[in-house]
Design a protein around this ligand. Structure first.
Ligand SMILES: O=C[C@H](O)COP(=O)(O)O
Length: 231
């Protein structure tokens, strides 16, 4: 069944998301880009707070040039916080192939999730390569949070293929990108492992604002309702 991932910025927000039933706590700094990283100390504290109740993921930050040394260094440092999953944005770059080669040894030690960008002409052949390297999962998200949500950039049929391919490759799959309540009945039938949210959980649906208790409760209820229909 599809779960939901809540991107949070610290312990207070993690508590709110957990109380509402989030299935993954995702450590992210929305002030520092699409995949902005929180400090290692904050992520370490989040791991202790969540204490294994649900998995914790953390992003390494935006590395648009995909410099292999910088990316592998950031992955190793974030993994050392004890998170369950390290999320790595795969930006289109001439260095991407070398970067993936460089990540192969880390993929044997840690659980890595690649994030492809739905609004940057994503290479939907990449999941096969990611599975071969040993990644655990793959997500589609948007890089530009002002340019429309996931469904503004990819047709449902292509998202269905993406999820299906991930399942075939035994990769966890996630869909995100300024998702709204109305997207849940469109995306959950595709049966991704996770739908990811930040903006929809925040005051004024603005991802750089703080989490809003009533928005989280509404979202949790909408996920439950759709899950009941999918059963
Ligand atoms: O990983 C999921 C993202 O943090 C989703 O953020 P967003 O809903 O603001 O696009």
């Amino acid at each position: 069944m599809t779960g939901w991932l809540a991107s949070i910025t610290g312990i207070e927000e993690a508590r709110l998301a957990l109380a509402a039933g989030a299935h993954i706590i995702d450590a992210k700094n929305p002030h520092a880009g699409a995949l902005g990283a929180l400090t290692h100390a904050t992520v370490h504290a989040l791991v202790a707070e969540v204490a294994g109740r649900v998995p914790v993921s953390a992003t390494i930050g935006d590395f648009p040039t995909m410099d292999p040394l910088a990316v592998t260094g950031a992955v190793a440092e974030m993994a050392a916080t004890g998170v369950d999953f390290v999320k790595i944005g795969l930006f289109p770059s001439p260095a991407l192939a070398d970067c993936l080669d460089a990540l192969a040894s880390l993929a044997r030690q840690y659980r890595l999730v690649a994030v492809l960008f739905a609004d940057r002409n994503p290479d939907l052949q990449l999941p096969a390569r990611l599975a071969a390297i040993g990644f655990n999962g793959v997500m589609l998200d948007t890089a530009d949070k002002t340019g429309g949500g996931l469904l503004a950039h990819q047709p449902v049929a292509r998202l269905a293929e993406f999820v299906e391919q991930a399942r075939y490759l035994h990769l966890l799959s996630g869909l995100a990108g300024s998702l709204k309540l109305a997207d849940i009945p469109v995306l959950m039938p595709l049966k991704p492992d996770y739908l990811g949210f930040r903006g929809a959980l925040c005051h004024g649906h603005t991802r750089t604002h703080t989490l809003n208790t009533s928005a989280i409760a509404t979202l949790a209820k909408a996920m439950e309702k759709q899950a009941a229909l999918e059963r």
